[in-house]
Structure formats: C-alpha cells, structure tokens
Design a protein around this ligand. Structure first.
Ligand code: FAD
Ligand code: EPU
Length: 344
C-alpha cells in the first residue's frame, strides 16, 4: 500500500513502499530486499532539504538510527552520533552539556546523517569545522566504510558525489575542541563581546533570529533556502555593484564573491508572489512556501519563474540547494528548471 513520504514542504507525495529503520541491521535487511527486487531505493532523514516532484516508484527508507556516545580526551570531546538523531537535539544536548562548538548551527531541521551530505552551514559555521569522520553502509558489500575526508565545500561534499548512490550514512563522528573560540562573524552575532559571550548566549540568539525570519515548516511548509547563494567572478560583482551599490556581497577570495540569492529575488519584487498554492515567503525571499495545498508542480513552476526573473534582471543563474527527487530517484534540478514544458 502506498505510504506518505515525510517532507517539510508538507506535500502529498507517496512511495510504493516506505520503511523506518532503527539499526544498521534493519537498514541492511530493507535495502537488500529492495535491491533484490530491483526497486529504486532512497534513504531520507526528515525530508527537509528535498522536493519530491512526483510519487516515488520504489522504497523510501526513513533513517531513525539513534544513539550518542561521547569520548572525552584532554583536548576535545569526540562524539559518535547515530545518523537518525535530530540535528537540533544534538546541538541542544552538547550546549546544555557544556560541550560548545555547535551553537551557531542551532535550529537547523533534519537528521545528523544529513549534516555532512550538504555540509550544513549557518551563522558563520559549517559542519566541516567539527567533522571527524562519517560511517557509510555500502549496499554492494554490506560493509561499513569510515570516511575521514568529506571533501567539504559550500553545500557540497563527497557524499553528494562519489558516495551518492549505493551508500547510506549510518553514523557521524564529531570533534568539539575544548579550547572553544566563539564565532561571531555573522550579522547580529557581531554585537556580542567575545570575552564574555557563552555558547548558550549564541545558541539562544541564533534560535531567536531564525524564528524571526524563517517559517516553521510545521506551520508553513518549506525547505529552507530553495537556491544556493551564487558564487560569481569579481568582474560580475563589479558590474553589478556599478548598478546596485548597496548589493550585499560576501568575498570568497580575490577572484570571486558570493551574492545573496534572497536579495536578488527580493529586488525582482517577488516577495509574496504566488503560483498555484506555492509562494515566495513574505519575510525571506529565498524561502518558497506551501501557502495553500501546493502541488510539487506549483513549487517547480514558481522556482522556474524566480530563476528566469533573476536571470533577466541580473544575468545571474540561481541553482537549487534543494535535492529534487523524481519517480525513480534524484533528478537534475537545474535541468528541470531550464525545461520550458514544465513536465517532471
Ligand atoms: P533529507 O531532506 O531527508 O535528505 C537530504 C538528502 O540527503 C536527500 O538526497 C537524501 O536522500 C539524502 N540522505 C538523507 N539521509 C541520508 C542518509 N542517512 N544516507 C544517505 N543519504 C541520505 N540547511 C543548512 O545548511 N543551513 C540552514 O541554516 C538551514 N536552515 C533550514 C531552515 C528550514 C526552515 C528548513 C526547512 C531547512 C533548512 N536547511 C538548512 C536545510 C535542511 O535542514 C538541511 O539540509 C538538513 O541537513 C536536511 O536534513 P534531512 O534529514 O531533512 O535531509
Ligand atoms: N535579503 C534580502 N531580502 C530577503 C532575504 C535576504 O534582501 O528577502 C538579504 C539581506 O541583505 C540579508 C542577506 O540577504 O542580509 C542574507 O540573508 P540571510 O542572513 O537570511 O542569509 P541567506 O544568505 O539568505 C544563508 C543560508 C541559510 C543560513 C543563513 C545564515 C544559503 C543558501 N542559505 O541564507 O541556510 O541559515 O545564511 O547563515 O547559503 C538553508 O541552507 O536552507 C539555509 C536556511
């Protein structure tokens, strides 16, 4: 019987089969059974970075492998965390347990196993700063691989590339240095005094900022930033700054800088713009929301409209951060948005 796929957009999307696993053994059994029947397989956490463009013709495995083990050394706390733990619960646990280091990453939805995959980041910190290792279950052999070098980049890692197909993240190793340095480089965090600030103060502030500008997916379906912030050559930045001197830029090095997709979309006058049941959020233009019983197609159509509007006004291409899933597995989101017939 078809089962509804958990997803933070709150879309009515279904899988032919759906199973929740709480151990590597259960994952092994589910995955081998699906593979034996040559069924498409997808493993998900909370579906908070995923757009199911249609029903899934295969097996969805929902990862709920839990457990947090802490090993204290003279220099750091080394955590081994089950991939199905909630990320924000882990952040809370470490901050309340006086193990600072994750506070800037508070309130990011999703599971711990998904954090290395897109190298989650917020408020001046990325997952890679605390990454120790990632344990992968390999479908072809049933073995566990330990990957020390995740080759992390902006919303990117080896788990989106070489280890995207046929592997499941089952545990994540995190290292929190006892010599804690607060990261106060982003936005309102700059107002804190580095000498007196505590991890709990940063945690509380990040939660407050996020609650003030990002919609709660339980209330208004969304998947956070829909597009990545584009990284462009300095020559492009200079041309744009000549026309838009107040445009926010985040220099990466001498050759290129990151632009703000939210600002670009906002400048196109698209806040509140709606197609079908999908809308651009009123408070944050980079967040697309399920305003009123949106379909997957409404969201795809809105994303395409936004992408086209930004290209027309700024000659800058936006690329989705969100993973698009078709009926048999992941599909190329950029290609789908380029298509004019709108089919998925
Ligand atoms: P899912 O959406 O379930 O999965 C994402 C991808 O990873 C899919 O392709 C899935 O197949 C794959 N995957 C999931 N689990 C596994 C596994 N165990 N093994 C192998 N593959 C797997 N992200 C940020 O980086 N920074 C933010 O500040 C941020 N803010 C957000 C705010 C809101 C309101 C929302 C809704 C989202 C936000 N996000 C943010 C995006 C999202 O929370 C993160 O990307 C999160 O890590 C996704 O976790 P998930 O478990 O829901 O992943
Ligand atoms: N802005 C506007 N209008 C808007 C929204 C934003 O002009 O409607 C401008 C403002 O100038 C603002 C700037 O954009 O100062 C940046 O906005 P914000 O601080 O909200 O950050 P962002 O670039 O939109 C990124 C991440 C977020 C992360 C925040 C905080 C990406 C794609 N998104 O958003 O991550 O939480 O920084 O670090 O990099 C996510 O990945 O899902 C996500 C929410």
């Amino acid at each position: 019987m078809k089962q509804k796929i958990p997803n933070s957009f709150g879309l009515d999307v279904y899988a032919q089969h759906l199973v929740t696993v709480t151990s590597v053994e259960e994952l092994h059994v589910a995955w081998q059974q699906a593979a034996a029947k040559q069924m498409p397989i997808m493993i998900i956490g909370e579906g908070s970075n995923t757009l199911f463009t249609t029903d899934f013709q295969g097996m969805i495995i929902v990862n709920r492998i839990k457990g947090i083990a802490v090993n204290e050394t003279s220099t750091d706390w080394q955590l081994k965390v089950g991939a199905g733990e909630k990320w924000h619960d882990l952040v809370t646990y470490t901050v309340e347990g006086a193990m600072p280091g994750l506070e800037n990453l508070a309130l990011i939805p999703g599971c711990v196993g998904s954090a290395p995959i897109q190298n989650i980041g917020a408020y001046g910190v990325e997952f890679k700063k605390v990454a120790n290792y990632v344990e992968l279950y390999e479908l072809a052999t049933g073995k566990i691989l330990t990957i020390d070098d995740g080759q992390y980049g902006y919303r990117d890692s080896i788990f989106k590339q070489k280890y995207a197909d046929g592997y499941a993240v089952v545990a994540v190793g995190i290292r929190l240095a006892k010599k804690w340095q607060p990261v106060l480089t982003y936005g309102e965090l700059k107002n804190f005094d580095a000498q007196t600030v505590t991890a709990k103060m940063i945690f509380d502030k990040v939660c407050a900022i996020r609650r003030s500008k990002l919609p709660d997916p339980h209330v208004l379906g969304n998947a956070g930033s829909f597009f990545k912030n584009p990284i462009v050559d300095q020559s492009v930045v200079n041309t744009l700054l000549a026309h838009y001197p107040t445009m926010p830029i985040y220099p990466q090095n001498n050759q290129c800088a990151k632009l703000s997709s939210g600002w670009l979309i906002d400048q196109c006058g698209l806040k509140g713009y709606q197609i079908g049941g999908a809308a651009v959020h009123q408070q944050h233009a980079l967040v697309l929301v399920n305003q009123n019983r949106a379909t997957s197609q409404d969201i795809v159509d809105l994303a395409r409209y936004i992408r086209d509007s930004v290209v027309q006004k700024f000659a800058v291409n936006l690329s989705p951060e969100i993973r698009f899933i078709g009926q048999f597995g992941e599909i190329n989101a950029d290609k789908l948005l380029e298509r004019v017939d709108g089919t998925s």
